[in-house]
Design a protein around this ligand. Structure first.
Ligand code: TRP
Length: 364
């Protein structure tokens, strides 16, 4: 594979990360990090973006920076292999965004489907903060500052990537080839694209209290799995059940592997057989939930344990982040230099410019 590939991705620190983040992106990131196929991997805690709709809650964002960093480390992101850093500490990103703003129209931002839904969710209507409205532009800076080729995120981020590619194309066509067009890397398992909440609602969200966090204790995890939304019409074990829209089966689609059946439910060869039995009738929810619980415990236990280890040395986590910021800043500054040069706003390091002006004013 092409060793020139560079990864950048990020999360907003508005809460601890949940298993939606995990199956949607985090797990994949660790695999990509360990694959050795990428020249660099940048993982950003997007605190500045979190502030675009949390301006009144700086403490919430600040508290969650370290929570997210701990979740990263717990999942296996390794500062020896990935640069883990905090967005607000890279002022070059703001400068890039300021220039990119000239390349995007207001109506283009208004058409961004992700921003549209987010505005609805937050009831912003006409009181949208300008910073929030323009965050797709800032996100384009995040991606291009690191010359990212590959952005592993959930499908809700596709409009952001599209916006970024448009900015890159426009910039390069006006100022010359400078920026790299990134591509999105979606989870390959459809169930992982958007894991529903434990109540069956489309999205996990802290306010709906339907999340399973990565740092959940074994007891909490079990409680959440055992009270998950299933098929409301599947009342007796003998009744045929529906698997569509049945959260337990969606989670099994995301988490179960054939080997799990051998280990925990050997009466069935695979998920297809289990689904068929459920649809036929004769298979109770509790049995399926117990199976899901076993799988999720197996997957989350090592993460939880690693997190506990990292929690023992919080200053080391901040130290790791600070080092990451330093490295990230060097890369972003390099790109910004190239951008300034392309935009002809590099007045003092361009001897040609000064020589030309001398000639102009001396009338030769
Ligand atoms: N918008 C992303 C989210 O809400 C977070 C983010 C900020 C991001 N900057 C990014 C993701 C750059 C990928 C690349 O999850």
């Amino acid at each position: 594979m092409n060793k020139e590939k560079i990864i950048l991705t990020a999360d907003r620190p508005t809460g601890r990360l949940h298993i939606g983040h995990y199956v949607g992106s985090l797990k994949r990131r660790v695999e990509l990090q360990d694959s050795g196929c990428y020249k660099k991997v940048f993982i950003m805690v997007a605190d500045a973006q979190a502030l675009t709709d949390n301006a009144e809650n700086p403490e919430k964002v600040r508290q969650n920076v370290v929570e997210v960093a701990l979740d990263y480390l717990a999942c296996g992101l390794d500062p020896k292999k990935s640069v883990i850093f905090i967005q607000s500490q890279i002022p070059e990103l703001c400068e890039l965004a300021f220039y990119y703003m000239n390349l995007v129209t207001v109506s283009r931002l208004q058409r961004n489907p992700t921003v549209k839904t987010e505005i609805q969710i937050r009831n912003f209507e006409t009181s949208i903060p300008v910073g929030f409205f323009t965050y797709p532009i800032s996100q384009a800076s995040d991606i291009t500052a690191f010359k990212a080729t590959t952005v592993p995120v959930g499908e809700d981020q596709e409009p952001m990537l599209e916006q970024t590619r448009e900015i890159v194309r426009k910039f390069n066509s006006i100022y010359g080839e400078t920026l790299i067009e990134p591509e999105i890397l979606l989870p390959d398992n459809a169930a992982c694209l958007r894991l529903p909440g434990t109540d069956g609602k489309a999205k996990m969200s802290k306010s709906l209290n339907n999340c399973i966090y990565l740092s959940e204790t074994a007891e909490e995890l079990q409680k959440k799995v055992m009270s998950m939304y299933t098929d409301p019409n599947h009342l007796r074990v003998e009744d045929p059940g529906r698997i569509e829209g049945n959260t337990v089966f969606t989670y099994l689609d995301a988490f179960s592997k054939t080997e799990h059946f051998e280990r925990y439910l050997p009466e069935y060869a695979n998920l297809e057989e289990l689904k068929a039995h459920y649809q036929r009738g004769g298979l109770g929810d509790v049995k399926v939930k117990r199976f899901l619980n076993a799988i999720m415990q197996e997957e989350l236990e090592p993460i939880r344990n690693r997190r506990k280890e990292f929690e023992k040395d919080i200053p080391a986590v901040y130290d790791m982040l600070q080092k990451g910021c330093h490295t990230a800043r060097e890369t972003a500054a390099q790109t910004l230099d190239e951008v300034r040069k392309a935009m002809k706003i590099n007045y003092f390091d361009d001897l040609e410019l000064i020589r030309g002006q001398v000639q102009k004013f001396s009338g030769k």
